[in-house]
Design a protein around this ligand. Structure first.
Ligand code: ADP
Length: 596
């Protein structure tokens, strides 16, 4: 059975090397390091004041025996200590939270800023949902580390080290005696406990497996019955079902053993310490109050040792999360868009040269390097011409557009943009000159206005209205009560396919690109929308260098040139009439079969 594990943060060993790598993350805390240190100070103060309690409680007991006049002053000190601890804890939590939240916000910003600059193939290799949920869980782990785990870890260390020091000061004999038994018992208890947890996970899995048998067979009951396999399914269920019971019973024995162990081990250790302590009282080496605080300290220390395992596991997770985030930050970006944005856009375009030229291009996707998609592909798109790419599905048409947008680079051959090798252009500057209307129109959950202006956010209201008008979109937009401010998406209106396409066309009109890349929608629209979309498209393309992945005969007929693509290369090239005139032309056959 498939289990989801993609978004879990794995544990990583805490090694010196890992810690050195993680130290890079300190840049996010550095701006707040003053508050961080203050939080640390409060943490140390609250942990040590916590540690002072048992001592004063012990003094209280001693005072009752030896000097009752001391009872009230000691109780007063205890109250003051409580108050101090309350203040320290408050400060610790507030300071850590302030540091953690601002540092994490900066980290999230850095992650997103980096992600959005990553080359497209990075996203092709990963599912975006998995990526974002993994990011979220990794950052969640770091948040927990900063707001609670780290504090707990330090508190435990203070309790263990400080507690043992105080106990040694009180009675080194009893301390040695206690240390000889208590840590051993606690560590055994922790190991035993984690075994039991692992075991109950096995029981859960077995139970899920037996449910799968039920689900599978009942949902395919017709097949089960038709193939008379009822008895086989019954036997399959019996095996799975008995397995659950067997595992659960063994689990019960383990739990029983654990309970006995706790009684014998932990309470036994306590009794042993008290027994040893009372014999020291009898010889006059210890006071009753000291024994009292000794027992409480031992409880504190035992609890801290026990909690260490959990905290350590959480710190290992934090190491895993940090390393994963660093891995992501270390992914090479193709170009720093924030940096390129300062480049002047107005690179002069030489006259006469073809707008785009592919020359003997070989290309395979990096994910499947052994499957050639384009081989010896050449295509010349003259300035101002409308070129239709036509061919069977899988021929490589979308790949050509992706190479043109420079999402990928060819392995062999050259791409020329306005007569100059593609590499001489910054990708960012190059893409600024293009507009892409994909088959699946993606609109963002903003207003219609923002969606149209997406490719040129600085446009004026008049320009946006004019673009909508040219895209045959203005009329339907104005029919919405909120007009251009109409929100699209979940809480806004749902647009029809034709309306979405016209908004995408308006977006391209407004961008006013040098080169238009169009992937014609294959999904059929109603006749009226179809006519409006076609009309808007023709207007958009006219007089503009356009490369259209065409699926409709009308589009192909209107194109200046048609490139018929098959097996990753242009097989036929010419106008519709020229290609139809070829007696055994592949385009001609294709039109007869596909484009009617
Ligand atoms: P068309 O647009 O003509 O239908 P494509 O350019 O989409 O063809 O695809 C051409 C070939 O490249 C197909 O065999 C397809 O399976 C493969 N392909 C497309 N995209 C990818 C990708 N991201 N990774 C690997 N192979 C791909």
């Amino acid at each position: 059975m498939a289990r989801r594990s993609g978004s879990k943060t794995p544990k990583k060993p805490i090694t010196w090397k890992a810690l050195k790598r993680i130290a890079r993350m300190y840049v996010y805390i550095r701006p707040f390091q003053g508050e961080f240190l203050l939080g640390m100070l409060f943490l140390l103060l609250s942990s040590s004041s916590n540690l002072a309690f048992p001592a004063f409680l012990g003094d209280l007991v001693d005072a009752a025996q030896n000097d009752p006049s001391q009872i009230n002053p000691i109780a007063g000190t205890l109250a003051a200590l409580l108050l101090a601890q309350a203040v320290f804890s408050f400060g610790r939590i507030v300071f850590f939270e302030r540091v953690a939240q601002r540092a994490l916000a900066a980290l999230r910003q850095a992650m997103y800023s980096h992600l959005i600059d990553l080359p497209l193939p990075f996203f092709h290799n990963r599912r975006v949902g998995e990526l974002t949920s993994r990011l979220q869980s990794d950052i969640g782990v770091l948040q927990e580390t900063f707001t609670s785990t780290l504090a707990e870890f330090i508190r435990q260390i203070v309790v263990i080290v400080g507690g043992i020091a105080l106990l040694t000061y009180t009675s080194w004999k009893l301390t040695l005696f206690m240390l000889a038994i208590l840590p051993v018992v606690v560590v055994l208890a922790v190991v035993f406990g984690s075994r039991i947890r692992k075991y109950s996970k096995q029981v859960q899995d077995a139970s899920a497996d037996s449910n799968t048998v039920v689900e599978e067979s009942l949902s395919a009951i017709a097949t089960v019955t038709a193939y008379t396999s009822e008895n086989r399914e019954r036997a399959r269920y019996e095996t799975a079902n008995q397995n659950v019971a067997k595992l659960a019973i063994t689990g019960g024995i383990l739990r029983g053993g654990f309970a006995s162990f706790l009684i014998l081990g932990l309470f036994g250790a306590l009794v042993a310490v008290v027994w040893k302590g009372t014999s020291l009282i009898a010889t006059g080496e210890l006071d009753a109050g000291q024994l009292f605080s000794f027992v409480i300290y031992s409880g504190f220390i035992g609890g801290s040792i026990g909690g260490m395992a959990d905290v350590y596991a959480r710190l290992q997770k934090a190491v895993g999360a940090t390393e994963a985030l660093l891995d992501m930050l270390d992914e090479a970006i193709e170009e720093n868009s924030a940096h390129v944005a300062d480049e002047p856009e107005g690179r002069p375009i030489p006259d006469g040269a073809s707008a785009v030229r592919f020359e003997n291009v070989d290309f395979a996707y990096p994910t499947r390097p052994d499957v050639p998609v384009l081989s010896n592909f050449s295509l010349d798109i003259p300035s101002g011409a409308q070129v239709a790419l036509v061919g069977p599905s899988g021929a490589g048409k979308s790949t050509v557009v992706q190479l043109l947008l420079r999402f990928h680079a060819a392995q062999q051959g050259q791409l020329f943009l306005h007569g100059e090798v593609a590499e001489s252009w910054k990708k960012w500057t190059w893409r600024k000159k293009t507009a892409w209307v994909p088959q699946e129109v993606i609109l963002f959950g903003h207003s219609i206005r923002e969606n149209i202006a997406y490719g040129r956010p600085e446009s004026s209201e008049e320009e946006i209205l004019e673009a909508a008008r040219q895209a045959n979109a203005l009329e339907f937009i104005q029919r919405f009560p909120d007009g251009m401010d109409t929100q699209i998406g979940e809480r806004g209106v749902q647009l029809s396919g034709g309306q979405r396409q016209r908004i995408a066309i308006a977006r391209a009109v407004l961008r006013n690109p040098d080169i238009l890349l169009l992937d014609e929608a294959t999904s059929s629209l109603d006749a009226e929308s179809e006519a409006l979309v076609q009309d808007a498209l023709q207007r958009l393309m006219s007089g503009r260098t356009s490369l259209v992945i065409a699926h409709r005969l009308s589009t192909v007929r209107n194109a200046d040139k048609i490139a018929f693509l098959q097996d990753g290369a242009v097989q036929e090239w010419g106008s519709h009439e020229e290609l139809m005139a070829l007696p055994h032309g592949k385009y001609r056959q294709f039109v007869a079969q596909q484009l009617q």
